[in-house]
Design a protein around this ligand. Structure first.
Ligand SMILES: Nc1ncnc2c1ncn2[C@@H]1O[C@H](COP(=O)(O)OP(=O)(O)OP(=O)(O)O)[C@@H](O)[C@H]1O
Ligand SMILES: [Mg+2]
Length: 292
């Protein structure tokens, strides 16, 4: 009888009350703060959460509590030698081991010619290593068939190329919307998402321009918008702010931050900019094809 009374009491509570009971005291407090101080407070609290997550990840790494099986990017003994007739072979990457977990933001720094772009190309399945393995998004790239690789390149990863790689005879809007051609979105949806992304990178007024009619920094931002189009799980950005002024660079890094927070996206940024590197969870240094 006592038990029955107890059950009845519990079922009498409203769904809201139930939800609040299950909430951790800290979450409760956060909701109360947001209710009182509005969306700005939510932004501040989200940033605090983000910093906390970064610190926890750093701590786990420092303690060696890092399970490679959980790494979304896992390279083992990966080497790349460029060889062609009449050319001295180049060992661009030598026995690289690297693990990155989902949601990490990692800076890759190193001198010119040290292998940074080659590293991104290997991780993005844009080229094949000479030896060693690359397991990305929990699948060995060498075991994927052509169809799976095409899908991987267009859906799983987003690439911001060092040289932008925009299609010269397509407008900024078309360059971004073409990235979504293999999705289920119809033309109108693709164009409207492309327009939204271009606005986010500050190019709302340049959508109909061809790449040749855009400045270097503007082309770079089109290439960033294109990389984000399909909500990739991993973003490889090869010096994404190399042609941008410091204010626009900040906007782009803030955009990456937001994407990471909202979608737990893993972001690898090749950069020479130490402010950006410091902003990342950690820095991977590369020299003469080796990770330091
Ligand atoms: N397709 C290629 N054929 C032959 N050698 C290449 C090729 N691509 C790159 N290399 C060589 O491999 C090495 C690494 O090149 P990579 O482009 O990865 O350097 P990087 O670190 O990105 O340099 P940067 O900072 O100048 O962009 C360099 O010595 C380069 O000359
Ligand atoms: Mg490069």
């Amino acid at each position: 009888m006592k038990n029955k009374e107890k059950t009845e009491k519990i079922t009498e509570t409203t769904p809201d009350e139930e939800a609040s009971k299950e909430m951790l005291p800290l979450n409760h407090l956060k909701e109360a703060v947001v209710a009182q101080y509005g969306d700005d407070a939510r932004l501040i609290l989200d940033s605090i959460d983000e910093v906390e997550a970064i610190l926890l990840r750093r701590e786990a790494r420092a303690k060696g509590e890092f399970d490679d099986a959980k790494a979304i990017i896992h390279l083992s003994g990966l080497s790349k030698k460029y060889e062609s007739a009449g050319m001295t072979p180049v060992d661009a990457l030598k026995e690289v081991d690297l693990s990155i977990v989902q949601g990490e933001m990692v800076a890759v720094i190193g001198p010119s010619g040290s292998g940074k772009s080659t590293l991104l190309q290997m991780m993005g399945a844009l080229d094949v290593p000479t030896s060693g393995g690359a397991r990305i998004n929990f699948q060995e790239l060498s075991e994927m068939n052509t169809k799976e690789l095409t899908q991987f390149r267009s859906q799983t990863v987003g690439f911001v190329f060092q040289k932008f790689n925009l299609i010269p005879n397509l407008s900024a809007l078309e360059n971004v919307s073409i990235a979504m051609e293999s999705t289920k979105m119809n033309r109108q949806e693709r164009r409207s998402r492309a327009a939204e992304l271009l606005k986010e990178v500050g190019l709302g007024k340049r959508m109909s321009h061809l790449p040749g009619q855009l400045s270097g920094g503007e082309q770079q931002r089109v290439s960033i918008a294109r990389a984000l189009a399909n909500h990739p799980k991993i973003i490889y950005a090869d010096e994404p702010t190399g042609s941008l002024d410091s204010k626009t660079s900040r906007t782009i890094i803030q955009l990456f931050d937001t994407i990471r927070r909202d979608f737990n996206t893993t972001i690898i940024i090749v950069t020479h900019n130490h402010t950006i590197a410091k902003h990342c969870d950690r820095t991977v240094k590369i020299k003469d094809g080796r990770i330091k």
